[in-house]
Ligand binder design. Sequence first.
Ligand code: SF4
Ligand code: SF4
Length: 320
Amino acid sequence: MTDFLSPNYLLTPSTLDTLADAITKLSPLAPQVNADGLCRLQPLSEGVLSSQALSSFVPLKKVFLPPREKLWSFQSGQFSALKQPEPFAVVGVPLCDLQALWYLDQVFADDLPYQNRRARALVVGMPCEQDKECRCDRQLMPLAGDLFLDQEHAWALSPAGEALLRACGAGETTNKPLPWPTASAGTRPMLTEEQYRSAADAAIWAEAAKGCLSCGACSVVCPTCYCFDMLDESATDGSVTRNRSWDNCFFAEHAKVAGGHDFRSGRANRLRFRMEHKFFGFGALHGQNSCVGCGRCRTVCPVDIDLDQIATRLSGEELA
Ligand code: SF4
Ligand code: SF4
């Protein structure tokens, strides 16, 4: 994790080459656009580091919190140990996704599988090209990750990133700030918690959710959505496996409990719940806006539901 003023080094061509070699040896994942036009985080195909970040369709969270994973199994009186991943790198991460990573790091601070992956990953951010759906905000929250690179500069975002830079020959420092987009394409409305809570019974929720298909796509692509479900599977030989898989607050079953009671049976309730999470957080992160403004949910929603537009109506502000 870092504050907004990260140590920044000038990169000579030879330092950049050494650094690129060191990163390439870590079998990096990078966002790449496939023939179907989708951008996916996948193994770097040609071994050449790009110099630009891309917004992958499914964000970085899938690397540290996989959609499905076996957490442990118990067989013949013994628990299986969690597998330790090999060190790896993820490159070409946009700044908003580095913020989202910081958020997830707080949520999963005590989660061993998540932390095992984080401890073995070198996360490298790069400058991005602003898209019409971008509403990022540099002041929203700190960045996680290890390095941020452009063609001539490197910012150390963690002690590991700084050590790698120095090992690769970086020495001369500068005061260049991180290259955030100068103006976000859209400015996000400032909704207060009081405005949100006082609109608990407002007609806007049913209106906005009317077209919602409960497909959950907005949550799947959101870099700070992390709901998961646990499923224990037992076999006739007495073995038990605990699995974890992504859940989704838009799914009809999400808030159903034993006995059949459903805390959020309607789509309007589920939309309101998601809005609360994105704007005001939960638990120890209560008060922390968790929407990093990446725009993925707006791009993917088949019926154009936009949380910022709802916030605009609730707050009476204009959405830029
Ligand atoms: S813009 Fe949408 S997908 Fe991106 S962080 Fe905000 S709520 Fe999540
Ligand atoms: S992507 Fe749109 S339609 Fe699908 S659950 Fe989200 S808000 Fe509803």
